[in-house]
Ligand binder design. Structure first.
Ligand code: ATP
Ligand code: MG
Length: 419
């Protein structure tokens, strides 16, 4: 127990962590070019926020939350997603009082008590964005385009974007009645969760992963065929703007976000090659959530993207991320004088932003070279007393195995030139 991480969690070790840093940087850069600013919210919130913000009928709230009572007897929940906390922060900090829309992005850990499998963890991470204060379809298109632009920058070209409209409270009401009637006739073939959903939130049945439910509802009425004129007009504009931004999409009328607060645009970005857990990014409009949580009437839209699933997709597509694997230079030392001098050289190299290291275990020269190789050093320089006296050291290019005589006093310039 003591030396085993809890089920569904994973350490990100050197070798892998560089990819995380790279992707985080790339995501931040893309968000900035779209005019989004970073928000950081706490790792835990009052449980009630998620119950209201995600919805009582969702899997997340019913089964997956890490909820506990703190020493002050408050019910606290580790955040299972980033939207509800962002909405809470938007209201609490009166961000609505500033110029709108408020365009936010985040990088956050999330916690869900799920059955761990590839691409499904208990502690995982998300990139996300949320926009508050605009109901214009241009924002829907922008949010989707931002995700697609990020994937493009990562090098992922084969992801498929699926969009849908799930209507608004007005058209949903009539549709829900239609669904309830339809589902009442299918009760015998539905799982218990879905039977429970019929009265509470019938549209969520479409999202059920259970095979017998899937088969039973193959001809279920779809929201997209019943949306009102306003929603239809909105959806048409989203499509037009996406086309105008050269973003390819498919229409998938079976995408549901499944909450009363969600409305109009819903979308998913799917990777066909990471197995069952294929949704890398999911998002949609939630025009009624801010007011539902006690804020002023504020339309909003956002997405969440699973970083672990993103990394799986990157791996399965054989994409090499441009991360630096090792050191710029390793100093091999011979003798005590060289040892002392190497500490000075290291300082100067590092000051100049050149990554550098030396042996710290008193290894033989041969072992130092071996270690340098393991550190993936780009260059190795050999420092001995004689070499130092003559201001002539050997620089070895570890990629080509070529060696050069250089002046020790010019080491910095030489390295900078060759890197
Ligand atoms: P799924 O249908 O796969 O359970 P979801 O609808 O619960 O996904 P969202 O709440 O929309 O997922 O979260 C957004 C993204 O976060 C997902 O598309 C996925 O990439 C990622 N994600 C969700 N749950 C997990 C998890 N347990 N482990 C790793 N990534 C996850
Ligand atoms: Mg889930």
């Amino acid at each position: 127990m003591l030396t085993k991480a809890p089920k569904g969690t994973k350490d990100v070790l050197p070798g892998e962590s560089e990819k995380w840093v790279y992707l985080e940087g790339l995501f931040r850069d893309v968000c900035k070019t779209f005019g989004y600013n970073e928000i950081r919210t706490p790792v835990f919130e009052h449980t009630e926020l998620f119950q209201r913000g995600i919805g009582e009928t969702t899997d997340v709230v019913q089964k997956e939350m890490y909820t506990f009572e703190d020493k002050g007897k408050r019910s606290i929940t580790l955040k299972p997603e980033g939207t509800a906390p962002a909405v809470r922060a938007f209201i609490e900090n009166k961000l609505y009082a500033g110029a709108q829309p408020t365009k936010l992005f985040y990088v956050t850990p999330c916690f869900r008590y799920e059955r761990p499998q590839a691409g499904r963890m208990r502690a995982f991470h998300q990139f996300g964005i949320e926009v508050f204060g605009s109901d214009n379809p241009s924002i829907d298109a922008e949010v989707i385009a931002l995700a697609m632009e990020f994937f493009k920058k990562v090098g992922l070209q084969r992801l498929s974007l699926r969009i849908n409209s799930i209507g608004c409270p007005k058209c949903r009401k009539e549709y829900n009645e239609l669904l309830m009637k339809y589902l009442d006739g299918k009760k015998d073939s539905l799982c218990e969760t879905c039977i429970d959903r019929i009265d509470k939130n019938p549209m969520r049945v479409i999202d059920c992963k259970n095979d017998s439910c899937k088969a039973a509802i193959s001809d279920i009425p779809l929201m997209l065929d019943h949306i009102c004129d306003e929603c239809s007009d909105h959806f048409e504009k989203v499509k037009t703007y996406l086309q105008s931004m050269d973003v390819e999409f498919e229409i998938d009328p079976r995408i549901v976000r499944g909450l009363d607060y969600y409305s109009k645009t819903a979308f998913e970005i799917i990777s066909e090659d990471i197995g069952a857990q294929s949704t890398v990014c999911g998002g949609g409009r939630y025009d009624n959530l801010v007011s539902e949580l006690g804020g002023p009437d504020t339309p909003a839209i956002g997405f969440g993207m699973g970083i672990e699933r993103l990394l799986l997709t990157i791996q399965n597509n054989d994409i090499e991320l441009p991360v630096q694997k090792g050191l710029d230079i390793f100093i091999v030392t011979i003798g005590d004088v060289a040892q002392a001098e190497s500490m000075n050289i290291l300082s100067r190299l590092r000051e100049n932003g050149i990554s550098a290291d030396k042996d710290h275990l008193g290894r033989s020269v041969k072992a130092q070279f071996k270690y340098s190789d393991k550190q993936n050093a780009r260059f190795t320089v050999v420092l001995g007393e004689d070499e130092m006296k003559n201001d002539a050291v050997t620089l070895k290019d570890m990629k080509t195995s070529k060696q050069f005589e250089i002046k020790l006093s010019k080491l910095m310039e030489e390295i900078k030139e060759r890197l």
